[in-house]
Every structure is written in structure tokens, then in C-alpha cells.
Design a protein around this ligand. Structure first.
Ligand code: HEC
Ligand code: HEC
Length: 280
């Protein structure tokens, strides 16, 4: 027979263990639930003609300065399906920014502005060289930068779906790559499930050009770009990955961007996401 106090003494470490286990999965649990891609492409929303715009196509143009920075090593087996991806700021940049701003963030002026100047302006050290009121100007730039990312701009979509730890890693990466001397954000590895990586790639890259679902009624622009809905039914995963490289053998014009900077596993994650959360 165990006495009640003795039982409590044994129960306590067990409860503490349970609590610690709950804490250790907290990073994964902080990932927001995935939601399907919806609505028209960003090009269609802007009413901009694909042939006359650089939006979504700059990332694959050389030189590829970012490539040595790519943090996540390519998984060699299928373990990524279970473990998900260890994603750093450089990877989030590839998934959400590189398509328009390019590997080095230069963009394609005048349509796509370079992103480095605004990141640089968030540095109080850099502002000191420009004169009085450095701290205030740095704070204002930080607000503008975060607003640009969450709300977008005239021709830039907003990325309000990024979770706090994802934004933090991305901002840390942007600071480092812009040579900010007094960084305020920490680049770090965020462990993301496969569906989240697929979601971020689809919403951050593919939806610039591809509508979520075929539009009913008359479209703002007539594009020959197939909608994302139905893609997983039309293509087995291998052909989808090849198709997303847009090398022109299949499509009507072969004009899509080569997207050589997204790994096979990452494009497969996009496929699984599209299959599991049908676009509408
Ligand atoms: C679909 C294309 C597109 C994507 C994707 C994109 N941008 Fe932009 N970005 C633009 C365009 C276009 C501009 C020019 C200003 C405007 O029209 O909003 C711009 C401007 C900027 C600027 C400069 C603002 C200024 O006033 O100096 C920053 C900083 C920036 N983007 C950051 C980012 C970051 C960070 C990401 C990834 C999370 C990103 N952008 C993804 C198109 C894009
Ligand atoms: C800059 C615009 C643009 C972006 C960004 C883009 N695509 Fe495309 N995509 C196109 C165009 C245009 C076509 C039509 C075929 C062609 O011209 O290559 C196409 C066709 C496709 C096809 C059909 C290819 C075929 O051979 O029939 C697939 C699959 C595809 N895209 C997947 C993706 C995925 C996945 C992403 C995101 C990772 C993506 N695309 C991002 C423009 C884009």
C-alpha cells in the first residue's frame, strides 16, 4: 500500500515530465494552421499583363549570389516527410521574396525596387552617418519595413500569413545580408511541417502568376497561365515538379520562370499542400 504523500511524490516528476514534453513540441505547435490558396493571382489582381511585367520572374535570373547562403541541406531520403523542414531566414527569403527581388535583393527597377536600402535604413549605426536624429529615423524605417512585408505595397503583395518566428528569422537574414551593423532580429532555424512549407511557397511564389481556381465570369486579364486548382489531379508529383521548372516542353509558351532555386522536396511539399488543401 502506498501512502498518499508517497504517491504524490511519485506523481510530481511524472507531471513535470508531461509539462516538459508539452513545451518541447511548442515550436511546431506555434505554426498556424494551413489554409487553402484562394482568389486571383497577384498579376490578375493588379490587372498587369504577364508579358510586360517582371513580377515573379526575377529570382531565377543570375547571378545567384544567394545560393551559397541556402541553409537547409537537401534531405537525402524520405525522412523530411516525417520531420518537416528546418527552415532559416535564407530559405524563407527564397520561398517568399526571391521570385521578385532576385537572389541579391536588387529587384528589377523601376517596377520592383531593391529591398536593401530600406533594410539598411533600419540601422541606427548607418543613420548616424547621415546626421542628427539617427535613432528616430532607424525606428521609422523599421516600421516601414515591417509594414511593407505584412501589408505589401502598390505592386507588392502582403505577407501577413507569416508567423512571428518566421518573420523574425527572415528579418534577421535581411539584416545580415544588408550588412546592418546593429541587428535587432535573430535568424534561427524554424522547424516547419511539410504542409506549411508548401503553403508558404504557393502563396509566396506561385500565386504571383497562378490563380488559385479558374475564375468564373470575365477576368481582368486574359492569361494562359493554368490555375492551381486541379494541378494535382492533372499531374503526378514528378511531372508537377518538372512543370514548375517551366522549361517549356509542356506549356503553351514555356514562359514561366525556371525556379531552379527551389528544391525538388520543396516543390513536392507544394504539391502535397495543394492536394490536401484544394485551392478555391
Ligand atoms: C510579387 C512580387 C514581390 C514579392 C514576392 C516581394 N516583393 Fe517586395 N517589392 C515588390 C515591388 C513591386 C516593390 C516596389 C514597391 C511597391 O510597388 O510596393 C517592392 C518593394 C520592396 C521593398 C522596398 C520598399 C521601399 O519603399 O523602399 C522592400 C523592403 C521589400 N519589397 C521587401 C520584400 C520582402 C522582405 C519580401 C519577401 C517577404 C518581398 N518584398 C516580396 C514586389 C515584390
Ligand atoms: C512569373 C510567373 C509564374 C510563377 C511565379 C509561377 N508560374 Fe507556373 N506557369 C507560368 C506560366 C506562364 C505557365 C504556362 C506555361 C509556360 O509558359 O511555361 C505556367 C505553367 C505551370 C505549370 C504547367 C506546366 C506545363 O508544362 O504544363 C505548372 C505545373 C506550374 N506552372 C507550377 C508552378 C508552381 C508550383 C509555381 C510556384 C512554385 C509556379 N508555377 C510559379 C508562370 C508562373
Amino acid at each position: 500500500m502506498i501512502s498518499v504523500p508517497g504517491f504524490r511524490a511519485r506523481l510530481r516528476p511524472f507531471l513535470i515530465g508531461l509539462f516538459a514534453a508539452a513545451l518541447s513540441v511548442a515550436t511546431f505547435a506555434a505554426t498556424p494552421d494551413a489554409t487553402p490558396a484562394t482568389g486571383p493571382s497577384w498579376l490578375d489582381k493588379l490587372g498587369r499583363n504577364f508579358d510586360k511585367s517582371s513580377l515573379g520572374r526575377v529570382g531565377a535570373l543570375g547571378p545567384n549570389e544567394q545560393d551559397p547562403e541556402v541553409a537547409a541541406p537537401a534531405p537525402k531520403d524520405g525522412s523530411w516527410l516525417r520531420a518537416g523542414f528546418g527552415v532559416r531566414g535564407a530559405d524563407l527569403f527564397r520561398f517568399t521574396c526571391r521570385a521578385c527581388h532576385g537572389a541579391a535583393g536588387r529587384g528589377m527597377p523601376p517596377e520592383i525596387l531593391p529591398l536593401l536600402p530600406l533594410v539598411q535604413a533600419t540601422s541606427a549605426e548607418w543613420q548616424k552617418q547621415q546626421g542628427e536624429g539617427a535613432a528616430g529615423r532607424a525606428q521609422l524605417a523599421e516600421k516601414l519595413l515591417q509594414h511593407q512585408i505584412t501589408a505589401g505595397g502598390r505592386s507588392m503583395p502582403g505577407f501577413n500569413f507569416l508567423a512571428a518566428d518566421e518573420s523574425e528569422a527572415l528579418l534577421g537574414y535581411l539584416e545580415r545580408f544588408s550588412g546592418v551593423a546593429d541587428p535587432k532580429h535573430a535568424d534561427h532555424t524554424v522547424q516547419l511541417p511539410v504542409d506549411r512549407v508548401g503553403e508558404v511557397i504557393v502563396k509566396g511564389t506561385c500565386q504571383t502568376c497562378h490563380d488559385a481556381a479558374a475564375a468564373s465570369g470575365i477576368r481582368a486579364t486574359s492569361s494562359q497561365i493554368p490555375p492551381l486548382a486541379g494541378m494535382t489531379a492533372s499531374y503526378p508529383v514528378g511531372l508537377f515538379v518538372a512543370g514548375a521548372r517551366h522549361r517549356g516542353q509542356h506549356g503553351p509558351n514555356g514562359k514561366g520562370p525556371e525556379l531552379n532555386y527551389l528544391r525538388d522536396q520543396e516543390l513536392k511539399a507544394a504539391y502535397f499542400y495543394l492536394a490536401a488543401y484544394p485551392p478555391r
